[in-house]
Design a binder for this molecule. Structure first.
Ligand SMILES: Cc1cc2nc3c(=O)[nH]c(=O)nc-3n(C[C@H](O)[C@H](O)[C@H](O)COP(=O)(O)O)c2cc1C
Length: 205
């Protein structure tokens, strides 16, 4: 690729990353009502297993009945906040899953402090029925923005909800969904790095 083409590609990528999408809601400078919403420690359960396998974006699924009423009342969509994970000392077990790999419930046994796995970490998540996959029930699926070495099904996760990014959408392809989730991650990281949002890490530490 010659230099001009390379430069053009970089400009297009930067333009794409910085431009707003038609369905995005503006994010206020600090969390506005009903945020922040803070949960208790919730169970991390397995979903359909598509997050890691098909999208390359692993998600921790949280049972809807464990979240506070204020969170249950939220419209379907993509949200952001902070989370903290806690292992629980239980025997490992494997759970069979329809159509996908069996799930290894290790209850967070392989999480590592030296890898920052127990830190308060930024998260981006969806609440809804995944229109691209036509789920029958509402799910809450959290992507923790952090490089874990292993899965941690069965561990507990406490999180706060600090704002809304966009509605959940249907897509023409999994690649289009992946592109939008990656953009959600960039947006969430940028907002959560500001002082007005960063101070809400304390509630979880
Ligand atoms: C930040 C984020 C945004 C998402 N946005 C959408 C969306 O717009 N449409 C959709 O159908 N699913 C969306 N999802 C849900 C994914 O489709 C879902 O997490 C994935 O299919 C894995 O589900 P599973 O754990 O049940 O396998 C989103 C997930 C995350 C973490």
């Amino acid at each position: 690729m010659n230099f001009v083409l390379l430069l053009e590609s970089i400009v297009l990528i930067v333009l794409y990353m910085t431009s707003t999408r038609p369905f995005d809601k503006p994010i206020p400078k600090s969390p506005a009502s009903p945020y922040p919403i803070v949960t208790d420690f919730c169970d991390i359960v397995s979903g359909f297993g598509r997050g890691s396998a098909e999208l390359g974006i692993p998600t921790a699924n949280i049972p809807i009945d464990q979240i506070p009423t204020a969170a249950k009342d939220l419209e379907q969509g993509v949200y952001f906040g902070f989370a903290r994970i806690q292992p629980i000392g239980k025997e490992e077990r494997t759970e069979p899953r329809e159509n996908h790999r069996d799930v290894e419930y290790n209850y967070g046994k392989y999480l590592e402090e030296s890898n920052g796995d127990f830190d308060v970490l930024p998260v981006v998540f969806s609440i809804g029925s995944n229109p691209f996959y036509h789920n029958k029930h509402r799910t809450l699926e959290i992507h923790v923005i952090h490089k874990f070495k292993r899965d941690f099904y069965g561990a507990k996760l406490k999180f706060n909800i600090l704002g809304y990014i966009r509605p959940e959408l249907d897509y023409i392809s999994a690649d289009a969904l992946i592109t939008d989730i990656n953009k959600d991650i960039i947006i969430a990281k940028r907002v959560l790095e500001t002082d007005e949002y960063k101070k809400f890490m304390q509630v979880l530490s």
